[in-house]
Design a protein around this ligand. Structure first.
Ligand SMILES: Nc1ncnc2c1ncn2[C@@H]1O[C@H](COP(=O)(O)OP(=O)(O)OP(=O)(O)O)[C@@H](O)[C@H]1O
Ligand SMILES: O=P(O)(O)OC[C@H]1O[C@](O)(CO)[C@@H](O)[C@@H]1O
Ligand SMILES: [Mg+2]
Length: 327
């Protein structure tokens, strides 16, 4: 039990899990305990509030998790929390549980929910954790680096077989409405063509780019497609199978949820630990309604109102770099 004057912090992970969420939970719990707070973990995201799925946490509860993918608290996408009546219930439940402040670890949707909680009077600090890297207010969200390494490993392996068989591979990566993963994976994995929601060529243009890359003497082709693009990976595969069959056979690989798992990289563990500690310090300093992020190497806070409802823009110069590197 918390002593009468002891503050009680709630922490939850929400939305798609991302590698490093556990490292963030560990940092939040240990920083809060070191600051004299009582800590309650809420299991399975916002849904766990409605089901009173609460667990008292201490430094030992987060031992040996820094290297684990996923989230020990579990996650979910909660429809009930999307509804204003549901959120009013949630705040009442949190107050009855004696919670004085919340740290919400998740993506843009989860942090939109965090802002709504704040509007209902609950002090909240958000932490960016989503493989999509679509959040404004941080250069990198927790989990993005590990995810990019996973995609890179897959692209390296696909390139081996693609060049052996003179094939064109269409590889679909995650990222919802954001092209960041596709763009950066194309840069570090050597793609000939990248297709994102921001820049979507026609099928004829894709075929033309491949014909051109063939004139550079390339033995194979790699086309990386962001899942949120209007031109879908199966359409491309279908078209290219007929269109370029004279020089490339075509294969489609959808990387899927393998991109979300795995032990977090050193970078993700470091940012998760720094941001987790910072979130607790931010709440302790009396600030609320902000997200802690890493911008140009520095930790900083951005109001949640400036974070939500926006998609981070990707650097347009990267497209040109990919084009040059594909020669
Ligand atoms: N507009 C909103 N108002 C209140 N709560 C929201 C809102 N949008 C999302 N949420 C809550 O956050 C949860 C997670 O959101 P979402 O599914 O968009 O994932 P995310 O946090 O963006 O993570 P990721 O994109 O990495 O999967 C939702 O299921 C819902 O409970
Ligand atoms: O695991 P789910 O619910 O199918 O969600 C998949 C989505 O989650 C993410 O992996 C993370 O937001 C997206 O890239 C993808 O569109
Ligand atoms: Mg999201």
């Amino acid at each position: 039990m918390a002593t009468p004057n002891q503050k009680r912090l709630g922490v939850l992970t929400s939305g798609g899990d991302s590698p490093g969420m556990n490292a963030a939970v560990r940092a939040v719990v240990r920083t809060a305990v070191a600051s004299g707070w009582d800590v309650i973990g809420i299991r399975r995201g916002y849904n766990g509030i409605f089901t009173h799925n609460f667990v008292k946490m201490n430094s030992r509860s987060v031992a040996n998790i820094i290297d684990k993918g996923g989230t020990i608290l579990g996650s979910s996408r909660s429809n009930r929390f999307m509804d204003s009546a549901g959120r009013a219930d949630a705040v009442n439940i949190l107050r009855e549980a004696g919670i004085d402040g919340m740290i919400i670890i998740g993506g843009n949707g989860s942090l939109t929910g965090a802002l709504e909680l704040e509007k209902l009077g609950m002090p909240v600090v958000g932490l960016p954790a989503s493989i999509d890297n679509d959040l404004v207010g941080t250069d990198m969200a927790i989990g993005v680096d590990t995810c990019l390494n996973t995609i890179m490993e897959a692209l390296d392996k696909i390139r081996d077989t693609a060049s052996s068989h003179h094939r064109a591979f269409i590889i679909e990566v995650m990222g919802r409405n954001c092209g960041y993963l596709a763009l950066m994976a194309s840069l570090n994995g050597g793609a000939d063509v990248v297709i994102t929601p921001d820049r979507t060529p026609t099928l004829e243009e894709v075929s033309q780019m491949l014909r051109q890359s063939r004139t550079f003497g390339r033995s194979h082709a790699i086309i990386v497609v962001a899942e949120g693009s209007s031109l879908k990976s199966d359409e491309i595969a279908h078209y290219l199978t007929k269109e370029i069959m004279d020089y490339y056979e075509t294969r489609l690989t959808i990387l899927g949820h393998v991109q979300r798992g795995g032990s977090p990289s050193a970078f993700d563990r470091i940012i998760a630990t720094r941001l987790g500690a910072r979130a607790v310090q931010t709440l302790l300093s009396g600030k609320s309604g902000v997200m802690c992020g890493l911008v140009q190497g520095r930790l900083c806070e951005t109001p949640l109102s400036e974070v939500v409802g926006r998609v981070k823009e990707v650097d347009a110069e990267i497209y040109e770099l990919i084009r040059i590197m594909s020669h």
